[in-house]
Design a protein around this ligand. Structure first.
Ligand SMILES: C[S@@+](CC[C@H](N)C(=O)[O-])C[C@H]1O[C@@H](n2cnc3c(N)ncnc32)[C@H](O)[C@@H]1O
Length: 512
């Protein structure tokens, strides 16, 4: 049965529960061709799905006996495999791969399920077993794809090859450090393939992905970096080992550093200009207030009046990303939102003995808001985190240009924005930082730390922003305050023009 039939017969939530996203056959083909170069006899696919890797290996028509062992946890998907299920060189085990015993293979090929570990049903049973098998504690491993990789690496024979699809973000995570250490110190990692126009190549993927090619040959070889831009480009690749754009030594990929900025700085046209420093030198981005029940905590003027909640028990707050449309947010814009009766307030209980607020909280409890995941963990359930108004706001999710706001109001913000909180050094640089962040160069450099959600949607965690690069103090000091004032003024009426002016200013300080 064809993949499209399976997809149309199966709900997206079912597929999500099992992490069922399929590898396009052209991608599976380059992985399979590379995998079989050492003539492996025993091959493993730990997450079989509809068997795209088996099919691609079969197409190569190997002139020797080989056998593929496959694991697939979902019985339902296996019922769609009439065309290959009784092949002699294929043994599909309807089992949890993570619960399987350790056997050894000459080649392993896999697109593992990307599932948060909390979602993985069998986690309590399998963890101790895998930890024993690999001799390591798996604390903090939040995605089971990485556990598939750890286990598979353990099962690779000498000179065995492994081709694995993984979320690109894995290279930046804390738990990824240990795997990166193994990949580098044991000289397993040979090539990393990343994709530019991801949605075209992997229409199905919900996260930025990459392919790792590993070989257990103990040879100290450079690591090749390949960036693929189009589907046509993949079709034209005859041998992926010879198709790469950069080579890195092992020491250029330290396991305790994030790899995506290192790799992206190689393959993206944008380089980090000389002298730039980490943005964290000037302060920190923090996520906004997580209420756990925005529809209860976010309020508008008429609701406050109707409930007769006193001013003391509310505060000004940006409760939704789209409330702010322009790069400069002043009291004028805020006033307008209040007039339009938008949810621009947040319940902030300071006087809990106020009768009106007691009534509203009661209403919330009746509706079960106090029993939500976050609210349940707070004492009292309606007490929110403390946050000062942030002078720069940064959109958590962005499509295309990154949303950067210079906030001149006293409004705090929910989690739709990350807020920048300057330290002593950053205090006088807020406007300059803002100008940098809206400039094309600033945007490109910040994007090097993005987490793609596919479909051009990029997500940023506060630490992605804090680790981004920006001009150093000397470079910032060379900008005149007057120039900055001018750009901010222009930005209130013509954002595009302000961006052009910022571009020029940033270009000047780099060239100086
Ligand atoms: C990302 S899909 C890849 C399918 C196929 N190999 C491909 O590349 O198109 C992952 C597959 O692993 C299966 N799976 C999820 N958890 C598993 C587990 N613990 N053990 C074995 N298979 C699992 C899912 O049902 C799904 O079919």
């Amino acid at each position: 049965m064809r993949e499209s039939d399976y997809i149309s017969n199966t709900s997206i939530s079912y597929r999500k529960d099992y992490g069922q996203f399929f590898t396009p056959s052209i991608v599976a083909s380059i992985m399979a061709k590379w995998l079989i170069e050492n003539k492996p006899k025993k091959i493993l696919d730990p997450a079989f799905g509809l068997g795209v890797f088996y099919k691609e290996i079969n197409k190569i028509n190997l002139q020797y006996q080989w056998h593929l062992t496959a694991y697939e946890i979902d019985e339902n998907i296996l019922s769609y495999l009439d065309d290959i299920s009784n092949k002699k060189n294929l043994n599909i085990l309807n089992q949890d791969y993570l619960d399987s015993d350790i056997n050894y293979y000459d080649a392993i090929i896999c697109n593992p399920p990307y599932l948060r570990f909390q979602k993985f049903i069998n986690r309590h049973n399998v963890l101790p077993k895998i930890e024993q098998q690999i001799g390591k504690k798996l604390v903090g491993y939040s995605n089971i794809a990485s556990i598939f990789l750890i286990k598979a690496l353990q099962q690779l024979n000498n000179n065995g090859r492994l081709a694995f699809i993984l979320p690109f973000e894995f290279f930046n995570t804390g738990y990824g450090k240990e795997i990166k250490k193994t990949l580098i110190e044991q000289h397993l990692l040979k090539q990393i393939i990343i994709f530019d126009n991801e949605k075209d190549i992997f229409p199905d993927a919900t996260t930025t992905i990459c392919i790792l090619l590993c070989e257990n040959n103990q040879l100290k070889q450079d690591i090749k970096i390949t960036k693929i831009k189009t589907t046509q480009e993949i079709k034209d690749i005859s041998n992926i080992s010879n198709y790469y754009h950069h080579k890195l030594t092992n020491s250029q990929l330290p396991h305790n550093q994030k790899w995506t900025p290192i790799i992206l700085s190689l393959v993206s046209p944008q380089k980090i200009p000389e002298g730039f420093c980490k943005l964290s030198e000037y302060g920190t981005f923090k996520r906004g207030i997580a209420t756990g029940a925005n529809d209860f905590f976010a309020l508008n003027k008429s609701k406050i009046e109707q409930l007769q909640i006193s001013d003391k028990n509310v505060c000004l707050c940006i409760t939704k990303s789209n409330l702010i449309k322009e790069a400069i947010f002043t009291d004028n814009e805020l006033e307008l939102l209040i007039k339009q009766d938008k949810n621009i307030y947040c319940l902030d209980v300071k006087k809990s003995n106020d009768k009106t607020v007691i009534n509203y909280l009661k209403l919330g409890e009746e509706k079960g808001y106090n029993q939500r995941y976050l609210t349940k963990s707070r004492n009292p359930w309606y007490k929110l985190e403390k946050r000062e108004p942030a002078p720069i706001l940064f959109g958590v999710f962005n499509r295309g240009r990154l949303k950067v706001i210079r906030n001149f109001t006293t409004a705090i913000n929910f989690t739709c924005y990350h807020g920048f909180y300057p330290n002593i050094l950053g205090h006088n640089l807020i406007d300059k930082l803002f100008i940098y962040l809206i400039s094309d160069l600033g945007q490109e450099i910040i994007k090097m730390n993005k987490r793609s959600y596919g479909n051009n949607l990029d997500k940023f965690e506060p630490r992605d922003l804090n680790n981004s690069y920006c001009p150093n103090m000397e470079q910032f000091n060379s900008i005149q305050q007057q120039e900055i004032r001018e750009i901010i003024k222009v930005a209130t009426i013509d954002e595009k023009k302000a961006i052009l002016m910022s571009n020029q200013l940033i270009k000047n300080i780099i060239n100086r």
